[in-house]
Design a protein around this ligand. Structure first.
Ligand code: M6R
Length: 357
């Protein structure tokens, strides 16, 4: 039930700190160790390459998940859009492990790939919010998101839950491979939960950003580098899906290879700057678009901020920054859609789960 909330989407955005805490509780034992089914850890450890397959927001979560698994556990990962997989089937490694990410567990495009790779005799792990869903039943292993029912068509809490569960999977895989991480993941996720709360409490500010940049615009761009690029992709999907503003996410460095031609006077460009190693270069990209008349909205992370930034997110562990950085983007999209009189929870032409290929 949405209770006092005007929309499920807003309620689900607000639930994210709780979902983080639930995930910590579910995946951490009383001994403070990470608890993931040992068959799953073994499957990850035995595999020489992980293939993540998903659609939409879940695909965007996969892109960030690849970063976690590769940087922490040192297992190579490929991320594929499910609907393209069968045409562009990658050459598989000797010991592939497939990970399907799906909030609903019912997405037909993802299921088609699952059927295909099962026929080839490969193992599959499904990360889903719905126990007993088709993808979960037909996979060898399941990890649950524990996000509670997600009703709004725009996925919010499932995305951050997917990131959290992927980070836990990456950390246990690292452990199994004898790689010691120099931080305590569960402690860092608890900090993320607190930060999410701060961000969710800042709704007035998010609303004013939406009004300043997105009240009347026809289009908007999201730019970022490294994982900020992936968060930008998710931000742009959220915005276009519910506000019908044509929004595109781009890698900061790729803009000048064509897309910059679309920048006109006042085109909103939302730039994410949460990663120290690319901070200077993304700010360089902002200068390039500003020189062409863009209206920049820089969202940075504490420690990297400058005076020109529109919003500064409190500091979280840099690799986990996407879990925090996506929240302002979700809220800005929500308020943009609200002020443009769109049907926030049920955008036109869309269904919550896409059960046709
Ligand atoms: O249930 P799934 O995670 O498999 O759904 C995948 C996409 O259809 C879904 O994420 C879609 O992109 C959302 N509406 C995005 O908000």
């Amino acid at each position: 039930e949405k209770g006092t909330y005007p929309h499920y989407m807003l309620k689900e955005i607000d639930e994210q700190p709780l979902v983080m805490r639930k995930i910590i509780q579910q995946y951490q034992g009383a001994d403070n160790e990470l608890h993931v089914d040992e068959d799953i850890v073994k499957a990850m450890n035995d595999s020489d390459r992980v293939y993540i397959v998903a659609c939409g927001t879940s695909y965007h979560a996969g892109l960030v998940g690849k970063q976690f698994i590769e940087t922490w556990a040192k297992v190579p990962v490929e991320v594929h859009v499910a609907s393209e997989f069968s045409y562009n089937m990658p050459l598989l490694s000797e010991k592939p492990l497939f990970i399907f990410i799906s909030q609903s567990g019912e997405t037909a495009d993802s299921r088609a790939v699952l059927v295909q790779i099962k026929e080839l005799g490969h193992k599959a792990l499904t990360i889903t919010n719905v126990p007993g869903s088709t993808l979960s039943r037909e996979s060898d292993y399941t990890l649950l998101l524990h996000a509670g029912p997600e009703i709004a068509v725009a996925s919010t809490k499932a995305y951050t839950a997917q990131l959290a569960v992927l980070s836990i999977l990456a950390a246990v895989t690292a452990q199994a491979r004898g790689i010691k991480l120099d931080f305590d993941l569960m402690q860092e996720l608890a900090i993320v939960a607190n930060t999410m709360e701060v961000l969710c409490d800042d709704k007035e500010e998010m609303e004013s950003i939406a009004l300043q940049f997105l009240a009347t615009t026809r289009n908007a761009f999201f730019i970022g580098r490294s994982v900020d690029y992936y968060v930008g992709l998710e931000g742009s999907l959220k915005l276009k899906e519910i506000s019908y503003i044509q929004a595109e996410g781009f890698a900061g460095g790729e803009l000048k290879h064509g897309t910059i031609a679309l920048i006109e006077n006042n085109t909103p460009v939302i730039a994410l700057a949460t990663q120290e190693h690319v901070n200077l270069s993304i700010r360089g990209n902002v200068k390039e678009v500003v020189a062409r008349g863009a209206n920049p909205c820089i969202i940075s992370m504490k420690g990297l901020e400058t005076e020109e930034d529109r919003y500064v997110i409190p500091k979280v562990h840099e690799t986990l920054a996407p879990l925090a950085a996506v929240i302002p983007l979700q809220l800005i999209s929500y308020y943009a859609a609200l002020h443009r009189d769109c049907d926030v929870d049920k955008p036109r032409n869309l269904a919550k789960s896409v059960t046709v290929e």
